[in-house]
Ligand binder design. Structure first.
Ligand code: PFF
Length: 448
């Protein structure tokens, strides 16, 4: 029996758990997705709404996921089945598993780009500007029908490899070394970017709001989606990680730590990207390629640029890997319990399916560029839209309502480690009313 608390895997330490959760949160979302979504939504005004989403909705729901996971000691679906048998809350769990499939399918495509860039820097192919510039190089690569598939496949093999080995050995170890290294590198690059001529325009773009942007309801949906995506929230990834946690660990500090670090990471990444965007005369609303175009521009400008390129894309790939692992783990943990599959069988089969689902996402940048859904520009954006802007916030809302209304107050306060404190009661109030109401308002405004 895999769902009995006593013989499931466990994190080695509280720090191991926090780092794994941070590893899940910090990834392409902080650098690739954050920069282009911020660029497309007007910069500082978006950032402000984003930070409000983190504080008012993100952190409380993050706490909710940790609490549910540790209490239930089960996966995204099993947790609800165990804590509220026969009740409809479990819909959040199934939506979460579906989101894991959708997000990882396109996530692996973009992560494959990062791995490809790493290898190109190692080979020295990007030490000098390519013939048709960094933008031309990027578009040429992603629109190719076969090349990106190879790197996407390689990335999925690595992801499956780590999940295959298991939570503690595979996931915990890698994060301890790579996360701090990436943080240091992003800070160094931000300092460099800020020293470029024209950097101040980028700083203004990121920090002095153009208030008229707040009149656009889509900015709110974009910020909400980015908050959920970046915090790995709303799909049970953190329920699953919380379920590998022993009872004696304290949760609220961990939740604030994870959310705080993730947000600081994004802001520093913004300080790395936007000053350079303006210094090199690139449009901030360039779209999904922004980071892949601007970073090579920065490295091209730097002494030892090739070395920085190697390091940066290595660490970005590693950060993507620790996030991808948590995405795959949501589905794998579910299949292991539900169908009594072994961890090895589940990782390989599900990883394989997700690779196949990602093929159209990759081809959507080239031969299938005419295909898209929900009014989005391409297949990756269509998949991202349904997962990040619909499923994750909806899943998060159900999770909030579940703790707020589906649980006894005393249980919620006890199992969150808040106890009957002011902060604990405030948390429950936010889960009961504030977060769900805000999510509904953003949905109504942004989708209708
Ligand atoms: N938070 C990850 C990032 O910012 O790259 C992406 C992600 C991981 C989303 C895990 C959702 C998830 F469950």
């Amino acid at each position: 029996m895999n769902d009995l608390g006593n013989n499931r895997e466990q994190w080695g330490s509280r720090l191991g758990f926090i780092l794994a959760a941070m590893g899940s949160a910090v990834g392409l979302g902080n650098i690739w997705r954050f920069s282009y979504v911020t660029g497309e939504n007007g910069g500082a005004a978006f950032l402000l709404v984003y930070i409000l989403c983190i504080l008012l909705i993100g952190i409380p729901i993050l706490m909710a996921e940790f609490t549910i996971g540790r209490r239930a000691q089960s996966d995204a679906v099993g947790a609800f089945e165990k804590l509220a048998p026969g009740k409809p809350w479990v819909a959040a769990g199934y939506m979460g598993v579906a989101s894991a499939f959708i997000i990882l399918s396109f996530y692996a495509v973009v992560a494959g780009w990062a791995v490809y860039y790493f290898v190109q820097y190692v080979l020295g192919n990007l030490s000098a500007p390519p013939e048709d510039g960094y933008a031309g190089f990027f578009v040429g690569f992603i629109s190719n029908s076969t090349q990106p598939l190879f790197w996407q496949f390689l990335f999925m093999v690595l992801t499956v490899g780590i999940v295959f080995v298991g939570v503690k050995k595979g996931i915990e170890k890698a994060n301890k070394i790579l996360m701090p290294l990436l943080a240091i590198l992003v800070i160094i690059l931000a300092v460099y970017s800020l020293s470029l001529d024209g950097a101040s325009e980028g700083v203004a773009f990121l920090f002095s709001p153009d208030w008229s942007k707040l009149l656009d309801p889509e900015v709110y949906l974009a910020a909400l989606g980015q908050a959920f995506f970046s915090l790995s929230l709303g799909m049970g990834a953190l329920i699953t990680y919380g379920s590998y946690l022993k009872k004696e660990h304290k949760l609220p500090g961990a939740a604030v730590g994870v959310a705080g670090l993730d947000t600081i990471f994004a802001i520093i990444a913004g300080l790395m990207i936007f000053p350079a965007v303006f210094a090199f005369g690139v449009a901030p609303d360039e779209g999904a390629g922004l980071a892949f175009i601007i970073l090579p521009e920065i490295f091209g400008d730097m002494a030892l640029g090739q070395l920085y390129g190697i390091l940066f894309f290595f660490l970005l790939s590693a950060a993507a890997l620790s996030s991808a692992v948590s995405l795959l783990e949501v589905a794998v943990a579910f299949f292991i319990r539900k169908f009594d599959w072994s961890r090895k069988k589940a990782s390989i089969i599900i990883g394989g399916i997700i690779f196949l689902l990602g093929i159209p996402a990759s081809l959507g940048n080239g031969v299938w560029s005419h295909i898209s859904f929900f009014g989005q520009p391409d297949i990756i954006d269509s998949m991202d839209f349904i997962a990040s802007k619909i499923f994750l916030p909806l899943g998060g809302m159900i999770i909030a309502l579940f703790i707020g209304w589906g649980w006894k107050k005393a249980d919620a306060l006890e199992h969150s480690d808040f106890g009957d404190t002011t902060l604990g009661n405030l948390w429950l109030f936010v889960l009961k009313f504030v977060a769900p109401v805000l999510i509904v308002i953003v949905f109504v405004a942004g989708l209708l």
